[in-house]
Write a protein that binds this ligand. Sequence first.
Ligand SMILES: NC(=O)c1ccc[n+]([C@@H]2O[C@H](COP(=O)([O-])OP(=O)(O)OC[C@H]3O[C@@H](n4cnc5c(N)ncnc54)[C@H](OP(=O)(O)O)[C@@H]3O)[C@@H](O)[C@H]2O)c1
Length: 394
Amino acid sequence: MGEVPRRMYASVIRPERYGPPIGAFRTEVVDVPTLGPRQVLIRVMAAGVNYNNVWAALGHPLDVVAIRNRLGAKEDFHIGGSDASGIVWAVGEGVSDVALGDEVVVAGVQWDERATDIRLGADPSTSASLSVWGYETNYGSFAQFAVVDDYQCHPKPERLSWAASACYMATAGTAYRQLFGWEPHTVRPGDPVLIWGGAGGLGCMAIQLVRQAGGVPVAVVSSDGRGEYCVGLGAKGYINRTHFDHWGRLPNITDEAAMALWLKGARDFGRRFWDVLGERKAPKIVLEHSGADTVPTSMYVCDNAGMVVVCGGTSGYNGDVDLRALWMRQKRLQGSHAGNMRQCREVTTLIAQGLVDPCLSLTFGFEEIGRAHQLMHDNQHPPGNMAISINAMP
Ligand SMILES: NC(=O)c1ccc[n+]([C@@H]2O[C@H](COP(=O)([O-])OP(=O)(O)OC[C@H]3O[C@@H](n4cnc5c(N)ncnc54)[C@H](OP(=O)(O)O)[C@@H]3O)[C@@H](O)[C@H]2O)c1
């Protein structure tokens, strides 16, 4: 400890392997990166699996290596992984908050603390300097060692294993910001909340967080098994989205027949929400990440003066909005990205206190990083959050 080894094993993506995740990751030996001021070298014990490294493996919508090369980076590879638990192994100049040997969990966004917008008072997670560690930046957690900024480190919940500690931060921090970060649209006791992908990484965190705040979560899923999982976490009930077929982009508003058909689908979905909720109330907040397929429905079913809060676009980025519903019913369409330091600390406290479960589903070995991401790409992964054993025993 304190000495930085010269070389390390890493699971590496290279542009020539961009494509299905199963073939994109390969174990290589690479140089351990050097530490700058206020940076920390983490001996990674376990890593979390997130959708962003499905995108990194595909090389789409961002070619992360090419973008970094254009900005001056010399590495022709990507080491992904935006979630980690581990041990502080070495510290750069000026690090004060953590010390050698500390057991930490790592939050997955970085910013430049000297950025003008931050100095002028912006929430750092909205800074123009923001980037996602282990996706937009290199040297993420799929390696024996990772480099992070000191403020990314939070105390590891003592009661949890390395894998359980590594699996939750990106999804939990993001869901926490979506649900509590956008005043006055924060979850209040009794508020119905619609949660897409309730059994997924974001969804399983969101269901528990809504319950903690006294709200009433209703999950959307693609199978009854996943729905039952959501009920087990505290959802009032679930909607099986395979019973509907009005997904995708809105028809042209002037095509009355197509629009009537779409409206019927959206209304039926809204009625199903009432049935599950047990009363005729619309969701105050809709937690969105599924994108083009679902945004029109989210906007339609959201309550008057409610909020659809979007942190992703798994099914595509053209999320059509019928502006009439937006202004006449005074709804809010809000973008949301990751969690800031306070939000990550607060959600970690809830998890450390046992009030929210990190929902670790499966822990994979180091050579199975591609397989874990392929399962996620194919939507075949088990409910909850997945982890990878790195230096920890599987
Ligand atoms: N901006 C951020 O900070 C941030 C952070 C975390 C994640 N994200 C993004 O959020 C998205 C979800 O992440 P995650 O970790 O929750 O992934 P996940 O574990 O794969 O869960 C997503 C769930 O969405 C559902 N889904 C997939 N395709 C759908 C579709 N076409 N329509 C409706 N539901 C669909 C699936 O559930 P069912 O099949 O059961 O419905 C799936 O379980 C990804 O795009 C990711 O990049 C963004």
